[in-house]
Ligand binder design. Structure first.
Ligand code: NAI
Ligand code: MG
Length: 491
């Protein structure tokens, strides 16, 4: 049952949150939020226009220099972040429901995955507030006469733009390090999933975050997103989403040369060697592509299997796919929910068709499921090769492309034959082989005998066109800090 506090929240059109105040009518109209399982409206939010972004930037600028925020000690800032984690847990059930209603994923995954992960991220960065430190280097040119030190300082007002595939986690990955660094934020959730962000806005308020430190501005990419990226009052944009929009953001950011960090698409290889523990590798490879209906930047979407075990692995994954319970996220036992929207469903089905046209064999799946909602069958394609669109493009759906390999050099070349470079996983019992492949794969994240292990302590981000910069870990914090060098003449 939908928690009653959530029912109340969904009863009225949710306002933008700017300077701690609700802004009832966004200047770009209203967003209808659809449940992808039914395509019914589950809630509404105001949509920010360029004027609202201006107001949000002003509020963030005021908050940046306010005593209420910049006057806090690192310890006090850390306490607020810790209270946010507690708030996320206190409202866990509402957040999980909201995540499932907006995004479609099984409620069990929202409960066990998204909400705890977001809380862990806030706790991790709560602890980092008190660990920010500069250095005191000795000058090369002088032994005694100078004292030099560095001062890490917040970058300033940051624009943060996230997609819909994991709205709670995305908010935590963006907001926690920015706040730990002392920045203020204009935060734009995806138009498909704006409600979770506004709900988190209430939790931030309850945790004692001063007004204007985080401004939440749901809106459309081409309007609100573009206004953030072009705004001269914003010093940095942190973006997660498509590579195509990432490129637009880089162009828009050139105006005032704002800093940019990008977490973009992927086409991550899963490499299964013949000596791997297949009882573990097979279900893990299935999960790597079918989790969240494949709408995951680190989805293991290209599978390379060593020839002697190819048939066994493909049969195993196909059996899991065919047995998978696909259904509404709020239904008990659902293992895979719908795709985010009709548009995404059509896009993914179109890509599968392009695979068929180019000679791929559909081992299982490949079709829409039912005639209500945006459900699709978990799909395995074989006889795919490096030239096919399905192997080159990020599909962002439950579609696996399976290929054979015979030797190490050729599988590494195939794994690296992509413009993306986000993640890879290797399955083998041979330690040497595992680390050799790990060293040679061009990816920001490599997993050995596991896939998609993301942790607040571990830097996350991509090589090549998968992005710029890293999230999580200390590396994630550095994205929000400038370094000032101070040199004093003490002679
Ligand atoms: P998108 O990149 O258009 O949307 C992501 C975010 O960017 C949303 O908040 C959107 O409002 C915003 N945005 C869109 N245009 C913008 C602009 N001109 N300036 C600033 N912000 C803008 O992704 P979309 O259309 O939802 O999905 C299309 C494809 O992108 C997917 O099929 C998938 O391949 C990829 N994608 C990758 C994600 C990842 O985590 N790597 C997440 C979402 C999508
Ligand atoms: Mg788009």
């Amino acid at each position: 049952m939908i928690p009653s506090e959530l029912r109340q929240f969904l009863d009225s059109t949710r306002p933008l949150l700017i300077g701690g105040e609700p802004v009832d009518s966004g200047s770009d109209g209203i967003i209808d939020v659809l449940d992808p399982a039914t395509e019914d409206v589950v809630g509404r939010t105001a949509a920010a226009g360029a004027d609202d972004i201006d107001a949000a930037v002003s509020a963030a600028q005021t908050a940046l220099h306010s005593d209420a925020w910049s006057g806090l000690s690192p310890d006090e800032r850390g306490r607020i972040l810790w209270r946010v984690a507690e708030g996320l847990e206190a409202h866990a059930e509402s957040l999980a429901w909201l995540n499932t209603l907006e995004n479609g994923k099984p409620l069990s995954a929202s409960r066990a995955g998204d909400v705890p992960a977001a809380a862990r991220t806030f706790r991790h960065y709560a602890g980092m507030c008190t660990k920010i430190a500069g250095r005191s280097p000795q000058l090369v040119s002088s032994a005694r006469d100078f004292h030099a030190y560095t001062r890490p300082e917040p970058v300033g007002v940051v624009g943060q733009i996230v997609p819909w595939n994991g709205p709670i986690v995305a908010a935590s990955w963006k907001l926690a390090p920015a706040l730990a660094a002392g920045c203020t934020s204009v935060f734009k959730p995806a138009e498909e999933t704006p409600l979770t962000a506004l709900y988190i806005g209430r939790i931030l308020e309850e945790a004692g975050l001063p007004p204007g430190v985080v401004n939440i501005v749901p809106g459309f990419g081409a309007v609100a997103g573009a206004a953030i990226c072009a705004h001269d009052g914003i010093r940095k944009v942190a973006f997660t989403g498509s590579t195509e929009v990432g490129r637009e953001i880089v162009r828009a950011a050139a105006g005032n040369l704002k800093k940019v960090s990008l977490e973009l698409g992927g086409k991550s290889p899963v490499i299964i060697c013949a000596d791997a523990d297949l009882d573990k590798a097979i279900p893990a490879a299935a999960n790597a592509i079918f989790f969240n209906a494949g709408q995951v930047c680190i989805a293991g979407s290209r599978l390379y299997v060593e020839e002697p075990v190819f048939d066994r692995v493909i049969d195993g994954i196909a059996r899991i796919a065919a047995d998978m319970r696909v259904g509404p996220g709020i239904e008990d036992g659902s293992q895979m929910g719908p795709l985010i929207s009709r548009k995404q469903l059509d896009r993914v089905l179109g890509l599968v068709q392009s695979g068929r046209d180019e000679g791929a064999r559909v081992v299982t799946g490949g079709e829409r499921l039912g005639d209500t909602g945006c459900f699709m069958q978990p799909t395995v394609l074989a006889d795919t090769d490096a030239g096919m669109t399905v192997v080159r493009e990020e599909i962002f759906g439950p579609v696996l492309c399976a290929m054979k390999f015979t030797d190490l050099d050729s599988v590494i070349a195939a794994a690296n034959d992509t413009e993306y470079g986000l993640a890879a996983s290797i399955w083998t019992r041979d330690l040497q082989r595992a680390h050799q492949i790990a060293a040679r794969v061009e990816a920001g994240l490599v997993w050995i005998n596991c896939h998609a292990v993301a942790d607040p302590a571990i830097a996350f981000g991509g090589y090549k066109q998968s992005g710029w910069g890293r999230e999580n870990g200390w590396e994630g914090m550095e994205q929000y800090l400038e370094s000032k060098s101070i040199v004093a003449n003490v002679s």
